[in-house]
Design a protein around this ligand. Sequence first.
Ligand code: AMP
Length: 171
Amino acid sequence: METLKARIRHVPDFPKPGILFYDITTLLNDPGAFRDTIAALGAPYGGAGIEQVVGIESRGFILGAAVAHQLGAGFVPIRKPGKLPWKRHREDYALEYGTDGLEIHDDAMRQGQRVLVVDDVLATGGTAKAAAALVRRVGGELVGLSFLIELQVLGGRGQLTGENVSAVLQY
Ligand code: AMP
């Protein structure tokens, strides 16, 4: 895991002052690190009968689609408002300043399908909590949430009590 950590670039003050951004482009372009990352994201759920992997826009698409392929599951996108063309559900959540939203297609999955949510970073947990609510809103059975990076000091896990949460790398 230290080799994966070494592939992640830390960019201070991006996208705004005071934020330390965890840039995974330097991991994605390393074939071995990319492969190991996908294997590690899917490993805790290998025998869990996952039928749909849900990826959160936009880095969750890159990781989630590859994890879905590895687990033999389908892939479902959760997107920023205004991007999905069909009937959809929306969940709003608080940001540091203001609110944001996420959307999922109404027919994204069949009732009771077993779902894994994938994203790159678990920070305050607002994004993941909204994603979990959307999965349930469309009838999915949420089996777990898998993150590449958990920023423990921000307490995102506390937003996800009762859920199965796993993280490949913790900071
Ligand atoms: P949060 O809702 O606070 O848990 O934020 C999680 C979402 O914001 C994820 O989709 C991440 O891609 C992104 N994110 C939050 N903090 C960072 C960070 N320090 N570096 C990179 N991405 C981040």
